[in-house]
Design a binder for this molecule. Structure first.
Ligand code: PGA
Length: 247
């Protein structure tokens, strides 16, 4: 079965709730006739409630806690997110791993909690420049996938986003060759972990923009994008969606 491409916009800590709501309406109006692509908006938690979307548009949270409720000041749980009409949650983003010390073990707990609560998970993985230069890219990804997906029985509600840390927010995306090779490795790792070939979307993220989107989406094994900076401008984001729609 062919996987429907995904274009996801990770707003990070940007946009006020009203601004986000207007932004989503603008983007949707610019790409009204899309049929081939699923589009995911990931505002900060505060923006999730007011955004109202229908297929092929979806909402994603950028994080969640692993417990359903309790004394965890400042945290938001998977059931709370689900109750806001959210379909996806981004887990394991490089900024969460590096700025907030999230380990593969912790990410695994969040993934299991999200799946238990009926959310789809965008599981982000990626190597640092140090890892790549040391020839450790594949082993790092293998560890992130193996530990992150521990006790996850099926990949049915999973999307993988390959985001090399050195390409996030730097303006330098990975090359076509690096992306193709790494996506191939990711699929190999997944087929080692799961019995039968799983029909899972593997996205690329890291300095995707209007200029490189057409080239990057042509890479073998790339089923769409997770976009940070270039997802904040409605025209830009809509144009990238159309590029992916028309491949
Ligand atoms: P970027 O961010 O597109 O700004 O590089 C990607 C991400 O962090 O998901």
């Amino acid at each position: 079965m062919k996987i429907k491409p995904i274009v996801a916009g990770n707003w990070k800590m940007n946009k006020m709730p009203k601004e986000g709501q207007m932004f989503v309406e603008t983007v949707i109006n610019l790409v009204l006739d899309i049929q081939e692509v699923s589009v995911i908006f990931a505002p900060p938690f505060t923006g999730l409630v007011d955004i109202d979307v229908n297929t092929p548009f979806f909402k994603a949270a950028q994080n969640c806690h692993w417990e359903d409720k309790g004394a965890f000041t400042g945290e938001i749980s998977a059931p709370m997110i689900k109750d806001c009409g959210v379909d996806f949650v981004i887990l394991g983003h490089s900024e969460r791993r590096h700025l907030f010390n999230e380990s593969n073990r912790l990410i695994n707990k969040k993934i299991l909690a999200s799946l238990k609560n009926g959310l789809n998970v965008i599981h982000c993985i990626g190597e640092t420049l140090e890892d790549r230069n040391a020839g450790e890219t594949v082993s790092v990804l293998e560890k992130q996938l193996t530990n992150g997906l521990k006790d996850v029985g099926s990949l049915e509600k999973l999307v993988i986003a390959y985001e090399p840390v050195w390409a996030i927010g730097t303006g330098v995306s990975a090359s076509l060759e690096q992306i193709e090779n790494t996506h191939k490795s990711i699929r190999n790792i997944l087929s080692g972990l799961y019995d039968k070939k799983q029909n899972i979307a593997v996205l690329y993220g890291g300095s995707v923009n209007l200029d490189n989107a057409a080239t990057l989406i042509s890479a073998d094994g790339v089923d769409g994008f997770l976009i940070g900076g270039a997802s904040l401008d409605a025209e830009n984001f809509a144009s990238i969606i159309k590029i992916v729609e028309n491949i």
